[in-house]
Ligand binder design. Structure first.
Ligand SMILES: CC(C)(COP(=O)(O)OP(=O)(O)OC[C@H]1O[C@@H](n2cnc3c(N)ncnc32)[C@H](O)[C@@H]1OP(=O)(O)O)[C@@H](O)C(=O)NCCC(=O)NCCS
Length: 158
């Protein structure tokens, strides 16, 4: 008997209020200190770019970008545990970079835990470079953890 191996075929679309329950489930499975559903709702209400990636007709990941004052800020990027390493994170990030560029912003910024080697690798691959550190930015089991601030320049230096 032939077995057919199917690659997950992803699709990007805007996150909608009806997605929030599943998005919050992915978030809870992914982070020790997850965002609440209300935070995602606020991001939608604020008009942030809230992008969803679907495969097999279900949300599998998302990215949230705010654009203001000539800068874009990546606020969240997440792929559900069982759907990692299929390139979904990269697809989301590349699309958000493209949207930031289209919005004409100078640079895209983000915070990441220095212990998050997986995310750091992804951001480095896309040209993000460290530009600072925020002391005690994140909650951690044993207190607080710093954030590394990464930036990607989207226009050439003057
Ligand atoms: C970071 C995250 C979004 C990556 O999503 P993903 O869909 O698994 O990533 P991709 O398959 O698109 O991988 C793209 C790149 O990321 C890096 N990467 C992803 N998973 C990795 C792993 N397990 N080990 C090392 N590098 C990894 C690699 O550079 C990879 O490129 P490569 O395939 O050429 O090596 C995902 O791991 C995640 O949701 N983590 C939990 C939430 C989180 O930490 N988000 C970031 C907050 S700042």
């Amino acid at each position: 008997m032939n077995s057919v191996v199917r690659e997950p075929v992803p699709q990007l679309r805007a996150m909608l209020p009806g997605d929030l329950a599943l998005v919050a489930d992915i978030e809870r499975r992914s982070y020790e200190f997850p965002w609440s559903r209300g935070i995602f709702r606020d991001c939608l209400l604020a008009g942030y770019t809230c992008l969803l990636i679907e495969a097999e007709d279900q949300p599998r990941g998302y990215g949230i970008l705010s654009v203001a004052g000539g800068e874009a800020h990546l606020l969240n990027l997440c792929v559900d545990r069982d759907w990692r390493r299929y390139g979904f994170g990269e697809l989301l990030l590349a699309e958000l970079i493209s949207r930031a560029r289209s919005a004409g912003v100078r640079q895209m910024l983000l915070e990441v835990r220095p212990s998050n080697e997986t995310a750091l690798r992804l951001y480095r691959k896309y040209g993000f470079r460290p530009v600072g550190r925020r002391r005690g930015y994140y909650r951690a089991e044993d207190g607080r953890e710093d954030a590394v601030v990464l930036a990607l320049r989207l226009v050439p230096d003057e």
